[in-house]
Design a binder for this molecule. Sequence first.
Ligand code: MRU
Length: 324
Amino acid sequence: MVIDQTRLPHALVLGKWTTLEDAARGIETMQVRGAPLIGVAAVHGVALALRDDASDDGLAKAVHRLRATRPTAVNLAWALDRCERELAPLAVSERLAAGRELALVVAVEDADTCRAVGLAALPTLSGERRPVQVLTHCNAGWLATVEWGTALAPVYLAHEAGVPVHVWVSETRPRNQGAALTAWELGRAGVPHTVVVDSACGQLMRNGMVHVCLVGADRIAANGDVANKVGTYLKALAAHDCGVPFYVLAPTSTIDHDTPDGSVIPIEERDASEVLALGGVAVTPSGTAARNWAFDITPARLITGIITERGMVPATTEGIASLR
Ligand code: MRU
């Protein structure tokens, strides 16, 4: 069962995928989204495909179909590479059981990894100032993973431990993952939070109302540049100008050692209709042109540290290479 995230925050609707195409469409239409989760979902998609056709050709077609769904988050490619590596050498008769097992394994691993990311990031919330004022962008909570999330994992751990935390949630136009998903998650967990429009974040930081920025990542290049939800770069610029620490939290599966820097990370461009209308209601004159890049690149020089399940490293070539 999957939570259909396109229905949140208004309805908690569970969907059932039974075919490869269900999984591929579910990822494309963002019923499931978030870098770690689409990787896990892709492995489930492969397992579903193997029920119908576990031949070499069937496996290759499934991997090809799922790889084409969303281009930026490298966790998807990482998961599909793993499927090929672990399933292709097996006899055809063994692949379905192994694919199902792998789908479970990656889900459990993701939950464990995200908790470890959260524990490694807890020191970013230490200090005298209470409540700790965190700013986050998009949704990098448990909805974007199997459990815990990445950027929100230390927030949940701190909250559970009784540390007072307040989260500034930027709405994340055009799909509003912050307003719709992060606010929903934090509300259910009882974590105090306030939603602001994306363009308010610079002023919040100038006014000293943010102690630390915590964001997730869709792909981290070998030099420490980070692709994340569009708008992340502007927050990093403002944080840099205001002296606010800016941390990127992600599992090591989000690191792409083969991509030298952010300039060559493929940036997904989604349909212009997401910008031109809000909830189905047009916000521009008819005939207006729009572009809709879903991600941007934050240069390494603006990032205070990259925190994975293996601890914090600087956003430098050496720091990233140490995680190979
Ligand atoms: O387009 P989305 O909603 O899949 O984008 C998600 C993000 O950009 C998240 O910040 C990122 O995947 C990290 S999720 C733990």
